[in-house]
Design a protein around this ligand. Sequence first.
Ligand code: ZN
Length: 209
Amino acid sequence: MPDSVSRSRRSSSTASNGTAANRVDRARIEAAVREILLAVGEDPDREGLRETPARVGRMYGELFAGLHTEPRQLLRRTFTQKYDEMVLVRDIEFASTCEHHLLPFVGKAHIAYLPAGKIVGLSKLPRVVEALAHRPQVQERMTEELADLLMEELKPRGVAVILEATHSCMTIRGVRKPSSVCTTSAMRGTFRENQATRNELMALIYGPR
Ligand code: ZN
């Protein structure tokens, strides 16, 4: 097992991009929300609901702002650094929207990579998570997209992405399992090939802190 020192950092999610949020067609969302309210048997003109279509329009602008951003750009500014041990950013909180039900799934991402001469600013990783989370998503795809993006842009020796999330579509409807957590992982390069590297990663993420 290679003895490596990892950089581990807790991070919170960054604010979403305001200009990207303005690119959704809010008027169209408002009309659709009004239509849904009518369809379920509500009166969209009663006081409590009057502002709802506009509010949901703004909210979707924010939740889906990631559709109008290119997360790849965030990884283009790299630094040459002779650091070839594991870099891990743990506990990156995110909130995304399940594309099957348009309900939130909320959780944490852990991202690790083994640089091959190129490193990226640590704050960029949470921003990439943010960009991908702010789209209609499927947790499995988001996990793989994160891993592939890092592999392509940083050309590291390996990438590991683990996502843990609770899905509202499982907790408030359907099977109603409020405490179930869905874990997905994508391993690339050394993390896929080398059990010891994977063990080391797991110890860093889940071991005693
Ligand atoms: Zn769902």
